[in-house]
Ligand binder design. Structure first.
Ligand code: NDP
Length: 335
């Protein structure tokens, strides 16, 4: 059994030296257990938080412990009445080939044509987009919705749902290729590159009627550009702040907190953070139903960025935090 453990805690950007590949015998199930073989491992931005000992909504990964992560896994051997060899399940087995489970927390995937979708558009990131946009964002037809990391796992779904609802949707992404994909393939009305020097001016041009919903994925200078454009009673679901996940201190420049506070007051902005399964776990079935319908009808497109082999995971996670991925980042571990 190969597994990747947290070797040391990163300061700033993680490096491959923060991870260690180990080998151990493949465990054998006891009565009531199943042996799982991970086929696809999801890599997600929250993993950077788990590498840090700073206080958060979830416990950090311990030094020497296996890195956490969601997988699509296959039951190899079952001594559990509810599972049989060959079943595909969604599980939280971490960065390793094999895992022993007592069955708790496993979700059978049935005959999903492309099982890795359960880690993306039909899984946690899609669910995050769905609940954050609909429950907190409350978008209405004709309103302007802005989302960054627009070609990524969450952002791509946010924008496509907003289009289904009849909104004007403006994406922000890193580079011309991602922006072209966001408008041509995903159908956003506009997409601009956050590397451009005049990004704030481009955003203002793309949002002539201001911004009614800003789905916050990144923070940093993107949020600085958004803030002055927020309309009265705008909603801001705060989903993630990836621009600062590797930060070691406060950003440079003037203190923008007073501007944020006065904008919230004068424009009566509703800004709310959420942690998807903590806050909305009970609504997962509703999401699966609705997203399944949209997906089957061809109304939600997706793109996966697949890297191969467990040993590729550290470098791929490091890249995810810098925009090197293009689409939902997945590690393929086995056929
Ligand atoms: P993505 O697939 O979108 O990948 C991350 C992307 O973030 C990169 O590709 C890059 O895209 C963008 N990015 C990285 N650094 C910066 C930066 N400095 N400025 C602007 N963009 C940057 O990841 P996900 O869709 O999985 O996650 C998106 C956000 O949602 C993250 O903040 C994540 O933490 C959050 N999230 C929150 C959840 C919750 O429960 N609250 C659950 C799931 C995700 P580009 O090249 O386009 O800049």
């Amino acid at each position: 059994n190969r597994r990747i453990v947290l070797a040391s805690r990163p300061v700033g950007e993680p490096t491959v030296a923060n991870f260690r590949l180990e080998t151990a015998p493949v465990p054998q199930p006891a009565q009531g257990q199943v042996l799982l073989r991970a086929l696809y491992l999801s890599l997600d931005p929250y993993m950077r938080g788990r590498m840090s000992a700073a206080k958060s909504y979830a416990k950090p990964v311990g030094l020497g412990d296996v890195m956490v992560g969601g997988t699509v896994s296959r039951v190899e051997n079952s001594l559990h009445p509810d599972f049989k060899a060959g079943d595909l399940v969604l599980a939280y087995t971490g960065w390793q080939d094999y895992f022993l489970s007592d069955g708790s927390g496993l979700h059978k995937l049935g005959d999903l044509a492309q099982p890795s979708l359960a880690l993306g558009v039909l899984g946690m990131p899609g669910f995050t987009a769905y609940m954050g946009l609909l429950d907190i964002g409350q978008p209405k037809a004709g309103e302007t919705v802005v989302v960054a990391a627009a070609s990524g796992a969450v952002g791509a779904v946010v924008g496509q749902i907003a289009k289904i609802l009849g909104c004007r949707v403006v994406g922000i992404a890193g580079g011309a290729e991602k922006c072209a994909y966001v408008t041509t393939e995903l159908g956003f009305d506009a997409c601009l590159d956050h590397h451009a020097d005049d990004m704030a001016a481009q955003l203002a041009d793309a949002c002539p009627a201001g911004i009614d919903v800003y789905f916050e994925n990144v923070g940093g200078k993107v949020f600085d550009a958004v803030l002055p454009l927020l309309n009265t009673k705008a909603r801001v679901p705060v989903c993630g702040l990836i621009a600062s996940y590797n930060a070691t201190g406060l950003p440079e420049g003037p203190d923008r907190l007073p501007l944020l506070a006065s904008t919230i007051l004068k424009q009566r902005i509703c800004m709310q953070g959420f942690i998807i399964f903590d806050d909305y776990g009970h609504r997962y079935p509703e999401f699966l139903q609705q997203m399944g319908e949209w997906f089957a009808a061809g109304r939600i497109k997706f793109r996966e960025d697949v890297v191969h082999g467990l040993e590729a995971a550290p470098e791929a996670l490091i890249g995810l935090l810098k925009g090197r991925n293009f689409g939902k980042l997945i590690v393929k571990l086995a056929d």
